[in-house]
Design a protein around this ligand. Sequence first.
Ligand code: MCF
Ligand code: FE
Length: 405
Amino acid sequence: MRILNPNYIYIDGDFKRDIAIAFNSKIELIDNIEILKDKYPDAEIINCGKNSVLYPGFINTHIHLEFSANRTTLKYGNFIRWLDSVIENRDRLLDSCDSAIMEEAIQEMLNSGVTTFGEVSSFGAELEVCKQTPQKVIFFNELIGSNVAYIDALYSDFLIRVQASKEAKNGIIPAIAIHSPYSVHPIALKRALEVAKRDNMPISTHFLESPEEREWLESGSGKFLEFFKKYFNTTKPMTTIDEFLSYFDNTPTHFIHLTQAKEKELEYISKKGHSIAHCPRSNRLLGCGRLDLEIVKDLNIPFSVATDGLSSNSSLNIFDELYSALMIHSGEDLIELSKLLISSVTAQPAKIFNLNSGEIREGKDADFAIVKLPNAPLSLNDIALYTILHTKKVESLFIDGEKII
Ligand code: MCF
Ligand code: FE
């Protein structure tokens, strides 16, 4: 048994003082340090030091490790500009992304306190590094492909990757990703959802990300029309906004982005028990706009803040993302938003994906991120804000009770 003794602790959505945790691989008891010492006289005591704040390990629900080699290759500023550059440089980018580059990307997440991440896997090239990392990985096997002639081949490749992730164990949670409404044929999509439903696998999908995507799905026109004519020789979208949404009616899904969603779509998403991944920096860099957080909050839709991949971001540091979210939603109350953002990388994603983590509670996994504030906070209620403003790197990190940093 070990005991962690921080100055402050994030518990039940608030910050408290004078609370310590006794743990093995799970949290055993939460109480005053003296009571824990009496109860476990042989336990090793770890004092976290001055101005320390203990959080449950952070959860980054949406990244693309296979694109981690990108720095100055992909074009930013507009979604179609980005997409064109993906098509043109994809092979080169993927070839240059070796295990060392992906390990570096994973290390950046560890340094920022991420103990669980959601990886969108296009090819399965990162399964080995995901097996090796101490983090827990929701491994979203991606289905992509619109050409009917290739659907069977793409679908069987998808099933092989799903199977490989099922056999991986080592903290890998098999899951599926439907790439998007513009890139996946509805026949394959429906089959994949049946597989996910049968095995109760988490599901995610990019949806209503760019204004161009919305125009394409609504009226079959705009920059997407040029894109599809140029690369795929097609001129009609395969689905509509409402139809695409209805495919997921019986399978609660993590919708990525939704920057271009209107109130009626968000209402539908709320009604069907779905959730959202909010990636503010990716959205800004690809010219996609901003998620309407006010409506998301009003409708009580569970959401995570996530970095997306290095294909559309400059870092996988979750504090960088929280900082940007804090800046971008400038109409929100600063203190309340800071607390909401902390919950969006802890309790909310844990609930969305049914993980036994994301909260400091007896019986939960002993996944901890410990940060140090530069000075003592005058008010407990402001600690979330100070954490987001002043942290780049955690002081220490535990996963299933093992000290990683
Ligand atoms: O989330 C960002 C932007 N939206 C869509 N897709 C991706 C993102 N980052 C990487 N991708 C990948 C996606 O998984 O881009 C590939 C897919 O495999 C090509 S999309 C034609
Ligand atoms: Fe993405």
